[in-house]
Design a protein around this ligand. Structure first.
Ligand SMILES: Cc1ncc(COP(=O)(O)O)c(C=O)c1O
Length: 399
């Protein structure tokens, strides 16, 4: 099919959630993707922070193909060997003592929320159900996660939202303190806000938040769906801050491109769920878990987090030099390979289009903001190429 045919069929048969798009991607290899018309792009979006090993990494291809020939699905009515091996691997490399596997980030959030409430109710009584989240956060699109997401634009049209949520200002500990009452059981936070604009929490705030939670018997839940798994230069974002959560959510990169989400927990929280209190048909299936094991082998075995820190700082310097040359760039922000650029004018779409023409994929977050989540395997030469394309896109905007 060519692009025009694909567009027509999408408009006719797909619900209008994603709107019109410019290209249809049909192939990927390493840091490159190709569209239906044969054009090649350097991919600095990585499936929105999913393709950390790039596309069709041999280790993922091998793990998925061999598992496909063995057993694709069987349900959690039976033990699943790759699921327990994955859980063991995660626990041996993190604070976690137990895991639950879901399929997406939003589902990991649902699991984390249910675990927090179930634990708190059992331990402290029925009145404990309140969750504090943050303005400008993003936790997914299910009803509970839309409610947890502190941005009205994701909530409008879906009211009534779920009861039991309150919102605090990010990086403002007094604001969190003010929201705590006798119902509060936990705080859910992205250590680096992703969708909200690549805004890192400060070290001081994270430490204060841990202390505040301890003083008030609140569970601290880290949503590391976007910022975890090497992206900010440590295997887990909590390690960057040296602040240990009670519950942690993973998804996106974990499956090497195959959908999987995970809820991690330590201490007595890890043992809180009773049999049949939470479940999912597909969660922890053999295929996704085998792929995730292959991903983590690469992440841990090749220390991709350290690589993300090093190449991320190189790339950020290059972006800073772009900012010095082009006054339309207001700010360059981010840690490791989780980066954003803010413009002083609403030119993000135009910038994206010029980059697309030049063979580079970037992600428009807002009219005046783009986000970059390249694979962790990028080389300096890829950063230099992206720099060149961006520079020429900015010259065109200026012109
Ligand atoms: C921090 C964070 N949490 C949760 C989600 C939801 O993940 P999913 O789209 O897999 O449901 C996202 C997705 O962008 C995210 O960035």
């Amino acid at each position: 099919m060519n692009l025009t045919e694909i567009k027509e069929l999408s408009q006719k048969y797909l619900m209008n959630t994603y709107g019109e798009r410019d290209v249809c991607l049909v192939k990927g290899e390493g840091v490159y993707v190709w569209d239906s018309e044969g054009k090649k792009y350097l991919d600095f979006v990585g499936g929105i922070g999913v393709c950390d090993l790039g596309h069709c990494h041999p280790a993922i291809v091998e793990a998925v193909t061999s598992q496909v020939c063995q057993l694709i699905h069987c349900s959690n009515l039976y033990y699943i060997e790759p699921q327990v091996r994955l859980a063991q691997m995660i626990c041996e490399h993190s604070f976690a003592e137990k895991c639950f596997f879901a399929n997406t980030g939003a589902e990991a959030g649902e699991g984390a929320l249910k675990l927090a409430r179930y634990y708190a109710k059992k331990k402290f009584g029925e009145q404990k159900y309140g969750i504090i989240t943050f303005y400008n956060s993003f936790h997914g699109r299910t009803m509970a996660m839309v409610t947890a997401t502190g941005q009205e634009r994701f909530q409008r049209g879906f009211e009534p939202l779920l009861p039991g949520f309150k919102y605090a200002e990010f990086n403002n500990i007094d604001s969190v303190r003010k929201q705590i009452d006798e119902t509060t059981c936990g705080v859910m936070i992205e250590p680096v806000q992703g969708e909200g604009g690549i805004v890192p929490a400060t070290q001081e705030f994270m430490q204060d938040l841990r202390q505040l939670c301890d003083e008030n018997n609140l569970l601290l839940v880290f949503d590391e769906v976007q910022c975890g798994l090497g992206r900010i230069g440590t295997n887990f974002a909590y390690e960057y801050y040296n602040v240990i959560p009670d519950i942690l959510m993973l998804a996106k990169a974990l499956g090497g491109g195959v959908p999987i989400g995970a809820v991690l927990a330590g201490g007595e929280v890890a043992d809180a769920f009773d049999v049949s209190k939470h479940a999912t048909t597909f969660g922890g299936n053999p295929l996704a878990c085998s792929s995730a094991i292959a991903f983590l082998n690469e992440l841990f075995g090749k220390d991709l987090a350290a690589r993300a820190a090093e190449i991320g700082s190189y790339f950020k310097q290059r972006l800073e030099s772009l900012r010095e040359q082009h006054s339309v760039i207001k700010e360059v922000r981010g840690i490791g390979l989780m980066l954003a650029m803010d413009f002083s004018k609403p030119v993000a779409r135009e910038f994206y289009r010029h980059c697309l023409d030049g063979g580079l994929l970037v992600n428009v977050l807002k009219d005046d903001r783009i986000r970059l989540l390249p694979p962790l395997i990028i080389e300096k030469t890829h950063c230099d190429k992206a720099f060149e394309i961006m520079n020429s896109a900015l010259e065109k905007i200026g012109a």
